[in-house]
Structures are given as C-alpha cells and as structure tokens.
Design a protein around this ligand. Structure first.
Ligand code: MLC
Ligand code: AMP
Length: 505
C-alpha cells in the first residue's frame, strides 16, 4: 500500500489495485495456461458489466455452481464489482440440496458448467431467472455487457452467503461482509508472511472457505499467483511439488494422507517449499510426523469455519505443535468457556471455543433465531467446537459440541442424512453417526431399523444418492433391531457409535 492510501474495502478492490500496479504479473496458472492480472481483471470486469447489463441490482444473489476454473474466480470478482452477492455451491450437491439453497437465498442467476447443468435442471428451480453455462452461452452473455461501474463494494455490504449445514437438517446461509473477507485476508497474509512472490498450489474446491476465502482471497489480496487444479489428484500435486514451481500448498488432512501414500511409491522427494498448511479437520500427529520425515517439513495447522473464516493458527516462525491449532490470528480473540454457564474457563480445562473480531460474520441469512443463539451480548461467537488453551496460549481442539461429522474436510450433519433416509421405503427408524476412518478422518455410518425385511444397504445408499451429495451418503449401513434410547425416548448417539464400533462377528 502506498503512503496515504487507505486499505481496500473488498477483495475485488485489492485485486483491481494489484492489477493496476503489476498488470503483467502472473495471477493464475491453469492447465498450462498463464493468466496475468491484467487479463484476469479484464475477464472479471466483463462479468461485472454483463451482470449489470442483465439487470443484476446491488445486493442480489448470483450462484456459482461449477468446478474449479479461472472463470469461477472471474465471475466471483465480477459479481462483486457489479454489487452482487455470491452464493458458492458445492459441485457435489444434488437436487435436494440445490432446491434448498437456491430457494432460501433467492438466487436470480446461476453460472454453471456442462457437468453440473443436468443436476440443476433436475432440481427444477422455479425462481431462478437465468442459467448461464460456460462455453458459447457464456461468451454470448459476456459479449452483451457495456462498462462495469467504477464503484467498488463497501466494507459493510454483503459479499457472500456461504451455506453451512445446520443441526436442524437444513443448511443455513452464513452472511459474510466484504469487511469480514478483507480482515481475514489481512490476518492470514500477515500471519503466514504471504507476499506477491508466492505461488500457491490450489487444488482445494473453490466453493468452500478453505479454497476460496483462504487460497483465492490471499492470492488476490497480496497480488500473488496460484496454480489452480480442477481437483485434487495426489500424483499431479506431487509432480507439481517435485517441479519446484510453487511456494505454498494448502490442504485438508485427507490430502496429506494421500500425498504420503503417493510419496511412499516414489523415489524422488520434493525440495522443501515455503509453507504447507492443513485445516478444515484435525490433522493427526502421526500424519504430521510422517510428513516431516518424508517431506522434511512441519505442516502449519490452523483452524477455521465458514462463519468466521480463519480463527487460530500455529506460528509461521516458532513452534508448530502437532495436535494443536496455535493461537488467534492477528487482530482476533479466542477463549474457552463452560458449555453451560458460558463463563471463561481456566487454562487446561475443556469447554467450548468462542471467537471475536472483525473476521466474524454478522449472522445467518434470514435466521435471526439462529444468529441470536450463536452470539452472546459481548459479540462472542460460539463455534460449537470443544477444546482447551494451554498456559502458552496454544489451543487444542478436542471434539465438538455440535453433532457434526467431518469426512475428508466436508461437513455432514447427521440430521440431514437421517431426514433423507427416513423417507426411504422400508425404513422404520435411523440414526446416523460418524466413525473413525483412516482415509477420511471420519466416515458416515447409518444404523437402520427396517420395516421391510428385504431392504438392502444398497437400496438405502441408492436412495440417498437422489437427493444428497455423494460424500454425505453412508459408507456403511448396519441393520439393527432397535435404537438405544434414554427414558425420554431420545436416541443415544454415543451408544449407537459404541455398538457400531464393535467388530462384527
Ligand atoms: C469424495 N468422496 C467422499 C469425499 N470426497 N466421500 C467421503 N468424504 C469425502 N470427503 C466420494 C465421492 O462421493 C465419490 O463417491 C468418491 O468419493 C470419489 O469422488 P471424487 O470427487 O473423485 O473424490 P476425491 O477427488 O478423491 O475427493 C477427496 C478429496 C475431497 C479429499 C480431494 O473430499 C476434497 O476436496 N475435500 C476437501 C473439502 C474442503 O475443501 N473442505 C473445506 C471446507 S472449509 P460416489 O460413491 O459418490 O461416487 C472449512 C473451514 C476451514 O472446513 O477451516 O477450512
Ligand atoms: P465448516 O463449517 O465447513 O466451515 O467447517 C468448520 C469446522 O471444521 C469447524 O467448526 C471445526 O469443527 C472443523 N475444523 C476446521 N479446522 C480444524 C482443525 N484444524 N482441527 C479440527 N477441526 C477443524
């Protein structure tokens, strides 16, 4: 930033400033193609102008339902330049999930691709006015625009509605303001010494916090570069690391497990890069140690969530301690409170982690009840994660107060899966739990009481496929005589988990 210049109010503004300052700098590398900041800015402005010409008004929602591609990011920035709000959509989502998200957020226009379009059609979304598919249709659309408005989004404007699964089954839209996104990018870039010289290997999906709000935002905010992959493929990522052309890699623990497996089959070892980061689910100390042995580097583990983006981080300089998530990012606060009394707990005692700061979202879209429940009067946000803090200020996450399964970095709320399975013909009752899994950290398992003795596990999972993303369907269906309940009739999930964990005869 030049002396006297105020900081950018949005990621889009930071991106445009960087494009003005260094137009020829590499922004994205994608499938061998190199896209400069100048070219990326042109594309983003095309999107912005076309959306405005189409009739998108400030604050209206645009859904992005497409796989990793530079155009996803150009459309993202373009929507913000046009004053719109982005609704990122998980590419694995099926009819049921799409119907809810599009209806709830009131999306007017959706950008999609050939692979995703059939599912969108199947979802029958009556309120959606326009669907633009990448390819000739998109080029036509972009050709229709004039000039994009010179006005930049304000910090207090809504930037993104990010859907995050809710305990009641249906997911809630977390509203993120431009100021939240900027505060986060600033904190992350400072903490991890991210500079314009960095090249990030970005193989995370761009519809979630980790890939979009850490990976892409940090890149645009600092004016750095990213090598974008359509999807994570351990062999391709390993090759890119061997090639020595990237300086950073961000991944979920399952990606590190797969990289370790890949390394075991290869003779050559990548030279150290500047930074490996893991998050979105707990990284086991075993994976941390094995990675250090094989790749010669200590992974930096950090902790975040959709509502707050990044919260806690191991230090860039200083000890990266396995099994911990470090301390709050600069400018943020975190504490541990008693789950019942909500009073702060002394060091070492386990309670619920609460966070506060400019990175924390203002609330859930059209859900004042849920918003009120998650904040106290002093603006502390209750994360639903359990943990403790040591004397040295390092936090350790020990579990979850919320009933959530994290499989390969994707969140699955048992209630959502139960609601679908309850509708499957032949099912009398169901309880869904998470069990430890060597590949995904946790896996989704369903205990089903059947009405129809001929009901098979395949029928249950097949039924889920109709309405739910693939990673939410149970990887195991176990038929049981009855579900364990307490005196009030509530299903005892820990008992279900215990029973399912026992080795089968
Ligand atoms: C894919 N499958 C999964 C799965 N991912 N099953 C369980 N858990 C998962 N995570 C299933 C698919 O449904 C499919 O089965 C089969 O595996 C192959 O699909 P795929 O798409 O080829 O899988 P793959 O590419 O191997 O995916 C694995 C993965 C992916 C680890 C690369 O899961 C992934 O990208 N995870 C990252 C998620 C992420 O970015 N989370 C960040 C959230 S933000 P079938 O039967 O359906 O065909 C957040 C905040 C924070 O948490 O702190 O960052
Ligand atoms: P999401 O709602 O998809 O943003 O997922 C956020 C959740 O992921 C958090 O509430 C945590 O439960 C979990 N999470 C993220 N990072 C970590 C981490 N490093 N260790 C343990 N859990 C994590």
């Amino acid at each position: 930033m030049n002396a006297g210049e105020s900081g950018p109010a949005s990621i889009a503004e930071a991106f445009v400033r960087n494009a003005q300052r260094a137009p020829e700098r590499l922004c994205l590398r994608f499938e061998g193609e190199e896209i400069s900041y100048h070219r990326m800015r042109g594309r983003a402005e095309n999107f912005g102008a076309a959306l405005a010409a189409w009739g998108l008004r400030a604050g209206e929602r645009v859904a992005l339902f497409l796989g990793n591609h530079p155009d996803l990011l150009a459309a993202y920035l373009g929507t913000h330049l046009a004053g719109g709000v982005v609704v990122p959509v998980n590419t694995q989502y099926r009819r049921g999930e799409l119907g809810h998200i599009f209806g709830d957020s009131g999306v007017r226009l959706c950008l999609t691709d050939e692979e995703r379009k059939p599912e969108l059609d199947r979802a029958e979304l009556p309120e959606l006015e326009s669907v633009i598919q990448t390819g000739p249709e998109l080029e036509d659309f972009l050709g229709s625009g004039g000039a994009v408005s010179a006005e930049m989004p304000r910090g207090e404007d809504l930037a993104v509605i990010a859907y995050t699964s809710g305990t009641t089954g249906r997911s809630k839209g977390a509203m993120l303001l431009h100021s939240n996104l900027v505060a986060n990018a600033e904190a992350v870039c400072t903490a991890w010494h991210w500079t314009a010289e960095d090249i990030l290997l970005l193989a995370l999906p761009l519809f979630h916090t980790h890939g979009l709000m850490v990976g892409a935002h940090g890149t645009f905010y600092t004016g750095a570069s990213a090598e974008l992959h359509r999807r994570f493929d351990a062999a391709r990522v390993y090759d890119a690391l061997l090639d020595g052309r990237v300086t950073m890699f961000f991944g979920v623990p399952t990606m590190y497990t797969r990289l370790l497996r890949e390394a075991a089959g290869r003779g050559e070892r990548p030279r150290p890069i500047r930074l490996y980061v893991s998050g979105s689910a707990p990284l086991s100390p075993q994976a941390f140690d094995e990675f250090e042995r094989r790749f010669g580097e200590r992974i930096l583990e950090r902790y975040g969530m959709t509502e707050t983006i990044m919260n806690l981080t191991n230090p860039y300089e200083g000890e990266r301690r396995p099994g911990t998530v470090g301390r709050p990012f600069p400018g943020q606060e975190a504490r541990v409170v008693d789950v019942k009394t909500r009073e702060p707990l002394p060091d070492g005692e386990i309670g619920e982690i609460e966070v506060r700061g400019p990175h924390v979202f203002p609330g859930y879209w059209r859900r004042p009840d849920a918003t009120e429940e998650s904040f106290d009067e002093d603006d502390w946000f209750a994360t639903g994660d359990l943990g403790c803090v040591g004397e040295d200020g390092y936090f350790t996450i020990s579990g979850r107060a919320k009933e959530l399964i994290i499989s390969g970095g994707y969140n699955v709320y048992p209630r959502e899966v139960e609601e679908v399975i309850e509708g499957c013909p032949g099912v009398s009752e169901v309880a869904v739990v998470g069990l430890p899994d060597p590949e995904f950290g946790e896996r989704v398992v369903a205990a089903v009481v059947r009405e129809d003795p001929d009901l098979t596990a395949e029928k249950v999972t097949g039924f889920c496929r109709e309405d739910l993303a693939g990673y939410k369907k149970p990887r195991q269906v176990v038929f049981v005589e009855e579900l364990p309940r307490n005196a009030l009739g509530k299903v005892l999930k820990h008992k279900v988990r215990e029973e399912l964990s026992e080795p089968e005869e």
